[in-house]
Design a protein around this ligand. Structure first.
Ligand code: PRP
Length: 185
């Protein structure tokens, strides 16, 4: 049987650390939204955030709703926040009454979340904040910082816990670094 573990160079964020991260961010969200009179909506950006979302939402005590968006970036490597296509948008009539928390697996250039925060504010959301499991500040091309950050990571090829290479490795229960042979072959 094929084993995706064979392609893992090292574990970067262990299952134990992931559990600690989701517990901490859930309590930060409870601290900030526990008294909100509005709808608190966690919006997972597909697909990479689904595992983080699933663990995080089960630890938040504040009543929340969930929703999903899917985007794709296009164009070159310019410092722009405009090169984002929305493939699946929120279908909500009540956005003016929503406090939105965008949930991501990783912030890299920063384009995706910078664009989506602006987009949802323009659509009239009551508030928009962002939560990311991983942050790669060395790759940033736009000025963006997430409100809730699991952990900063170096510029390595990370996979697992939702993150993929060529759609593989998403189901690994930890965040690992991929062996170069696995993406060079
Ligand atoms: C990844 C990640 C973020 C985005 C971050 O998604 O999940 O959405 O890239 O990059 P940025 O900060 O440079 O915008 P990807 O396009 O790989 O799709 P996936 O989540 O479906 O794997």
């Amino acid at each position: 049987m094929k084993n995706e573990m064979d392609d893992v160079l090292k574990i970067l964020v262990s299952e134990k650390e992931l559990d600690e991260i989701t517990t901490r961010i859930a309590s930060e969200i409870d601290r900030d939204y526990g008294e909100s009179p509005h709808r608190v909506v966690l919006v997972a950006i597909l697909k990479g955030s689904v595992v983080f979302m699933g663990d995080l939402m089960r630890k938040i005590k504040t009543p929340i709703e969930i929703d999903f968006m899917k985007v794709a970036s296009y164009g070159g490597n310019t410092a722009s926040t405009g090169n984002i296509n929305i493939h699946l948008d929120l279908q909500r009539a009540d956005i003016a009454n929503c406090e939105i928390i965008l949930v991501e697996d990783i912030v890299d250039s920063g384009r995706t979340l910078a664009h989506l925060v602006e987009y949802l504010k323009l659509k009239g959301a009551k508030s928009v904040r962002t939560a990311t499991l991983l942050d790669k500040p060395s790759r940033r091309v736009v000025d963006f910082e997430a409100d809730y950050v699991g952990r900063k990571v170096p510029d390595e090829f990370v996979i697992g816990y939702g993150l993929d290479f060529d759609e593989k490795y998403r189901a690994l229960p930890f965040v690992g670094v991929l062996k170069p042979e696995a993406y060079e072959k």
